[in-house]
Design a protein around this ligand. Structure first.
Ligand SMILES: Cc1cc2nc3c(=O)[nH]c(=O)nc-3n(C[C@H](O)[C@H](O)[C@H](O)COP(=O)(O)OP(=O)(O)OC[C@H]3O[C@@H](n4cnc5c(N)ncnc54)[C@H](O)[C@@H]3O)c2cc1C
Length: 543
């Protein structure tokens, strides 16, 4: 045992069977599964603080959390495309990772996404395998069926009906030929299109993070140690075998050994960064930074995929939440939340969502949309809620082909990596951006919304032609924070990971988080990150 106590409530051991780097969506699931056997010891190292902030529990607490400099988020400077101005991407940095600070939209992607991975050679990753894991993780408010679970660790609630604007939005969808369904995650909706009230990872008005679902219930296990406020600096190797990690916190720098495996679940920015810092990455890059090479793996950090949303905003005659989210109205909402765990502060990022086809020739939906009963604009104190009632309509094409890259620029773990997103560099993404924007605008013009919408406030008349959309594609929206693909798995030797998520070229090391995705799933990435970890646990435990 190491003599010094570190900020967990246990003495840090010299060695564990498994070390998990990152207590995010995937890391929490792994911690739960790998520590099921009391004779197996597991250490989870998390760079951020514990998830005790009441703002994490309060769904709309994200208004305060998602600010660069907040200790619960990491902020990265990203070049979105070419010489477009640099923008900030955020990731969760706390127990629960991004699931503790995200928009709580519960979406799983489409069976075809996972079948596509299987068809690329990733044996064991088709919908037959992943679908059952989604069902296993769910405790859904809606009735169970073949592809919807009850009794699992993750609570899923539906945004309640009742708002006349939401009813009009669903009707406007029908006017566009999109079915109003009970659940946008149902197989008919994800394969053919459909809109519903938003399924959310909330319960009784509170956020239900991966930590709350998977880690909190087992933190009392004697064989599981969770170590917040501690950064893994490097993976340690002997003869290309991962033997442990070097970590740093208030008490100093320590080496901890892993008797079986080190599992990197640090998220799609930090996982490739950590591999590169540890000597697994493009040989030339590592040589230029004097990092000793452990394995030449040119694709570590490449294949970065991200959903880029486009948005339109409207001024409404009424029925929005704007007045409840600022000034005196916000005070009332806070009281309602504190006294009854209800009201506007319990809503996820969108009240209504769905999958749509933005071009008539498509056989599958190509875009996800999210409709929020509020509107925002830049103000003196950053982004502010509009003073008048508003509506926010966003959409992203679900299968971006543009690929970005992450690479370290220093051997010092404290230095941020270079991130290039390369949005809209693939031709299909430009086509999709135009047809998606046209869809969003037509949606706002549907008869069902006429009684509510008085004008399109953003982007308004400045965007007319397809060329206008393409020229302004970056400023018409933003990042959806679904960063993925930077340590892709594959059957080919060029893939960073094999289909069991083992890092090629070394032993005793896996990556398990959204960075493993060969292609981005058709939707938000929190649920997929958890299902990926459930699948990974099968491989690790030979189940
Ligand atoms: C603002 C925002 C809104 C989002 N909204 C939604 C949404 O509504 N619905 C949805 O499904 N998805 C949403 N997402 C995306 C989704 O939450 C993430 O894709 C998912 O949680 C990622 O899971 P992960 O396990 O890959 O990584 P993360 O959950 O990001 O976890 C990685 C963890 O590793 C830790 N870590 C990193 N490096 C180290 C290190 N060196 N040492 C120790 N610890 C380290 C980090 O601090 C972090 O806690 C959102 C994301 C963000 C940021």
């Amino acid at each position: 045992m190491l003599a010094r106590k570190i900020p967990g409530r246990f003495p840090l051991q010299n060695s564990y069977d498994y070390i998990i780097v990152g207590a995010g969506s995937s890391g929490c699931v792994l911690a739960n599964r790998l520590s099921e056997d009391p004779s197996t010891t597991v250490l989870v190292v998390e760079s951020g603080p514990d998830d005790t902030s009441p703002l994490i529990r309060m769904p709309r607490g994200i208004g305060k959390l998602l600010v660069p400099g907040n200790p619960h988020v990491s902020a990265y400077q990203v070049s979105p495309r070419g010489n477009a101005p640099v923008e900030t991407w955020l990731k969760g940095r706390t127990v629960g990772g991004s699931s503790s600070i995200n928009g709580m939209v519960y979406v799983r992607g489409a069976p075809a996404d996972y079948d596509g991975w299987r068809d690329l050679g990733c044996t064991g990753w088709g919908w037959d395998d992943l679908g059952r894991h989604f069902v296993a993780l769910e405790d859904h408010e809606l009735p169970a069926n073949q592809w919807r679970g009850k009794g699992g660790p993750l609570k899923i609630s539906m945004q309640p009906a009742g708002s006349p604007v939401c009813a009009a939005l669903l009707q406007a969808g029908e006017e566009m030929g999109v079915a109003h369904v009970d659940d946008m995650n149902g197989i008919p909706a994800v394969t053919d299109g459909g809109m519903s009230y938003q399924p959310t990872t909330t319960f009784h008005g509170k956020r239900f993070s991966a930590a709350r679902a998977f880690l909190t219930p087992v933190r009392g296990r004697a064989n599981l140690h969770v170590l917040p406020e501690t950064e893994v600096l490097r993976i340690e190797f002997q003869n290309r075998r991962a033997t442990g990690v070097s970590l740093r916190n208030k008490t100093g720098t320590h080496s901890v050994a892993a008797a079986r495996e080190v599992i990197i679940s640090a998220g799609a920015i930090q996982s490739p960064k950590l591999l590169q810092l540890s000597g697994v990455g493009p040989a030339a890059l590592l040589a230029s930074l004097n990092i000793p090479l452990v394995a030449d793996s040119p694709n570590v950090g490449r294949n970065l995929r991200e959903h880029r949303y486009l948005s339109t905003q409207y001024r409404l005659r009424g029925g929005s939440l704007n007045a409840s989210l600022s000034g005196l109205g916000l005070l009332r909402s806070v009281l309602q939340y504190l006294l009854f765990s209800s009201g506007p502060l319990t809503h996820a990022a969108h009240e209504v969502g769905g999958f749509v086809k933005t071009r008539p020739e498509l056989t599958r939906p190509d875009a996800q949309i999210g409709l929020g009963l509020y509107s925002m604009r830049p103000g003196k104190a950053g982004i502010e809620i509009d003073k008048y009632p508003g509506l926010n309509v966003i959409g992203y094409f679900t299968k971006p082909e543009s690929q970005g890259e992450i690479r370290i620029q220093s051997a010092d773990p404290a230095v941020a990596p270079i991130i290039e997103a390369n949005h809209f560099t693939a031709e299909i993404d430009r086509i999709s951006a135009v047809s998606l924007f046209r869809w969003l605008r037509r949606f706002g013009q549907q008869p069902a919304l006429k009684p509510w919408i008085t004008e399109e406030t953003d982007p308004g008349a400045r965007i007319q032609t397809d060329e206008d959309v393409l020229q302004n594609a970056i400023s018409l929206g933003g990042t959806a924070f679904h960063i993925a693909g930077t340590c892709r798995m594959g059957a080919d030797d060029a893939a960073v990971l094999d289909p069991q998520l083992r890092v090629r070229g070394v032993q005793g090391l896996r990556v398990v988080d959204t960075s493993i995705m060969p292609t981005l799933v058709s939707g938000n990435t929190n649920a997929p990150a958890m299902a990926i970890a459930l699948r990974a646990a099968d491989f690790i435990l030979n189940r």
